[in-house]
Design a binder for this molecule. Structure first.
Ligand SMILES: Cc1ncc(COP(=O)(O)O)c(C=O)c1O
Length: 477
């Protein structure tokens, strides 16, 4: 238990009784991912720059930007200064009233970053989470096309809400301007309307001819009937599953959406705002433009809860003509919009995209070098500031056989991602992964070369532990 005061930018606070905090946290908070009995309490005293400071005095370099989310480091001074300035004037202002911050944030996204009149994007709405951005995009796609079905990739992740618009009541229905007495529900209401398509091939798939995933996807499109399909939703680099699809995948899937005339929802919640080395990850491919684009995370580095959706010009114009009974209490929150303004202005002024592009080859070269030294390292793939490292056994197979099909059963604490996370934490590094065999290296855009060297050095030592474990497995086999 720490009795010392905690330093803040406004002076010391506390002391915080971390024993009491742990008791309350264990007793009353509804935790995620772990059962209560296996919950590991890790008190964070404060966050600063590229570091997390734990209650037990440990300092961790954040090599994963928490959930591939806190992209400009923690408590970036310019972002926090903008939030503080906004707090001098604003608390909450509901979506029926306008603030300068909401307008400025929208202008930066649509005009400065996405090219304004020369670009594809028409409007943006700011929400409280990426999940809400996805929900909003699903409803918009269904309303715009009048069709119920959404195609979604196996292994993808798009958030944790369960189709709130399919519940009764205030449910995202639309009253078209041309027929103001007609209520048009989100098509598919109240049914699910979700159809899975195969996961993309890995980037290093070497087969000849068309990608099997897309051959199967085209068959599904024909079975479902294109006239029923509102949209396909994709991730560019898969976040939870942690891999980079084959280079042809996204362009050719987009081609199917044009051939069969349905929308493409490009989920940029994780990969957008610089993560893959472009403002948006679709810009890494030629000739594709989203119809709808959920956003979140790096738009403000999660300084405050954030999400949103960008709509193409035609879709924005369709909704311009309608009354759309949608909106949540915190939409376009003044303080959130101030954090977006502070973050994006800083990214533009400091040309953070150029910084990511300059440092990405340095990070990748170091990772590949470390990979060559360890038998347990298999595939390494990624772009920009997001690389995934797959861990394999002595035969080159996933160490946990279920790999990305895991149901998170059994002794997950012994899975390689947790072993790496523990070994890294012991040595001052925050790094791990979601699925058992894959480590997600995704440092903040503010990381220095020296910090990359430190992070890679620690990862190197943690990988040696897995090497020894697969050696033990081999001798047991
Ligand atoms: C691709 C993608 N979409 C949507 C979400 C959901 O965003 P949030 O957690 O902010 O609700 C995430 C979160 O990790 C994500 O990675």
């Amino acid at each position: 238990m720490s009795e010392k005061k905690t330093q803040t930018c406004d002076g010391p606070v506390g002391p915080i009784d971390w024993g009491e905090i742990e008791h309350w946290d264990r007793s009353y908070y509804l935790h995620n991912v772990q059962a209560q009995a296996e919950y590991v309490f890790t008190g964070v005293e404060r966050t600063d720059g590229n570091y997390l400071y734990l209650a037990d005095g440990t300092r961790l370099l954040d090599f994963q930007s928490q959930l591939v989310s806190d992209s400009m480091g923690h408590r970036h001074p310019k972002v926090h200064a903008e939030i503080k300035r906004a707090m001098g004037r604003y608390g909450h202002v509901f979506f029926g009233l306008a603030t300068d911050y909401r307008a400025r944030a929208a202008k930066i996204v649509i005009e400065d970053i996405l090219g304004g009149e020369k670009g594809w994007a028409g409007r943006v709405r700011f929400l409280s989470s990426g999940s809400e951005g996805v929900e909003c995009a699903l409803a918009m796609a269904r309303l715009y096309t009048g069709r119920p079905v959404i195609l979604t990739q196996a292994h993808s992740f798009h958030g944790m809400t369960i189709g709130a618009t399919q519940l009764r009541g205030y449910r995202g229905n639309i009253t078209p301007a041309e027929s103001p007495d007609e209520i048009r529900d989100v098509p598919g209401f109240p049914g699910p309307g979700i159809v899975a398509i195969p996961a993309p091939e890995f980037h290093d798939w070497e087969g000849a001819g068309p990608l099997p995933s897309l051959v199967a996807t085209e068959r599904i499109i024909q079975d479902v009937g294109p006239e029923n399909i509102a949209a396909v939703i994709t991730e560019t680099m898969l976040g939870a599953a942690g891999y980079l699809p084959h280079d042809r995948y996204l362009v050719e899937l987009y081609g199917l959406s044009r051939k069969y005339d349905f929308l493409w929802i490009d989920d940029e919640v994780m990969c957008g705002f610089g993560r893959l080395g472009d403002w948006f990850s679709y810009q890494g491919y030629d000739g594709i433009e989203p119809d709808l684009m959920p956003i979140g995370k790096s738009i403000n580095g999660c300084a405050l809860p954030v999400g949103g959706v960008v709509a193409s010009r035609p879709i924005a114009e369709y909704f311009d003509r309608a009354r759309w009974w949608s909106g949540s209490t915190n939409d376009g929150h003044a303080l959130v919009c101030a954090s977006i303004v502070g973050n994006l202005e800083t990214m533009i002024e400091e040309d953070i995209i150029a910084r990511i592009r300059r440092l990405s080859p340095y990070l990748e070269a170091k990772l590949r070098d470390v990979g060559r030294r360890h038998a347990c390292v298999g595939r390494i793939a990624g772009r920009g500031f997001y690389f995934c490292v797959d861990l394999v056994d002595a035969a080159g197979n996933p160490i946990v056989a279920e790999d990305r099909d895991t149901g998170f059963v059994g002794d997950i604490a012994s899975h390689p991602n947790h072993v790496i996370a523990r070994e890294c934490a012991k040595r001052g590094l925050y790094l791990g992964g979601f699925v058992p065999n894959t480590i997600k290296v995704a440092p903040p855009f503010t990381i220095t070369e020296e910090e990359i060297d430190f992070g890679i050095g620690v990862f190197d030592e943690a990988l040696a532990v897995i090497d020894r474990q697969i050696g033990i497995n081999r001798s047991r086999a």
